[in-house]
Design a protein around this ligand. Sequence first.
Ligand code: PLP
Length: 439
Amino acid sequence: MKREHLIKPVLDRHYPTIEYGKGVFLYDDQGKAYLDASSGAVTAGIGHGVQEIVDAMLEQANKVSFVYRSQFTSEPAEKLAKKLSDSAPGGDYWAFFVNSGSEATETAMKIAIQHWQEKGRPGKNKVLSRRMSYHGITMGALSMSGHVLRRRRFIPLLEDLPVASPPYCYRCPLNKTYPDCRLACADDLETVVKRIGAEHIAAFIAEPIIGAAGGAVVPPEDYYKRIKEICDRHDILFIADEVMTGIARTGAMFGMEHFGVEPDLMALGKGMSAGYTPMAAALVKDHVMEPILNGSKSIMSGHTYSANPQSAAVSLAVLDYIDSHRLVESAKAKGSYLLNRMRRMAETIGIIGDVRGKGLLLAIELVSDRSSKLPFPPGLAVTSRIVDKAFDKGLLVYPAAGGVDGEGDAVIVAPPLTISEEEIDLLVRLLEETVREVM
Ligand code: PLP
């Protein structure tokens, strides 16, 4: 196939061809090695070329690769549903398998709306979200996303821009400081709810730790408890978008565990199959399903490849690998080693304003002046210059929109959870060289 026949994200750019991957490295056909410090798009959680996953794939392919979801179920899909439900906060979740994070958040959105319809409250049909958020690229998921750059072309087709304040303490949009703010950003959700009317709102969706739209933005510890109280007070379901934070990435199996909150619905993707096959899920608590089970008994959502046995077998093997290699603990320990190394590096580089994150979901935010925290003018394209320079050096990092409305610069560092300390040292050396050369 000619390269020109492939649809590339940036059409006039040359993309190297990767031949194979092993551990935290990818190798192209020219022999160049890339340290995958972003796990692709925060996806390849267990690293590349893991033999156990290939074996599981082959074993399932030798049995059956595809059955259609409205005709059959399969052993790997059933086992996966149980394993996820048993490990998710509070347990008792139903699992609806889909193929991408966007489908997972949209499925959660639809089930939340259906929940209220079947309870006789069809007017509750809006899903609230925050500025500085990303829930996916399909139209329903994009309608809930505050990521300005990714929405721009489709504004006429989308819901109003998400409005709730994000918990972004580094440059608080409410000009307050934690803890004196008393979580004003969480209370802002209640102000929005009162303005719109709780009778119109089905759910509120949020990423436990903000990813692509902010760069590993960690809310204060007590933030989600307040959010859940507000949601409960107004009969609003809480959807945790764990597509990026879920499956051990932050040093807990699910990001929400850090905040001690049980969401009503969850969206999973990315690390769930660690990039070996497309796989994602909406997890839905029993009490959300109850009116549906007592009513229509059917979910008006699903895709041809939903609950694909091949992908379910891969995902199960990934979860087993995470258990047997203690990767939750590894994400925590390696994350704190990497965070310390990045903080030490930042001390000597004036344009790094903030180093943050949890486990192995970390980021740096770049500013023109550290004391005023003033972002760079957008024309300087600091984020893409860093990502591109790092790429040339054989280091993969992930661009994020820093700032509440995408006006800042941030770069995500989220290597596979299997990374060694020596590989982290190399990562930090290459990152430091990159930022210094872009300064
Ligand atoms: N939700 C979050 C938090 C994400 O980070 C992403 C992807 O970056 C998505 C949803 C969409 O996932 P996908 O790209 O698999 O559709």
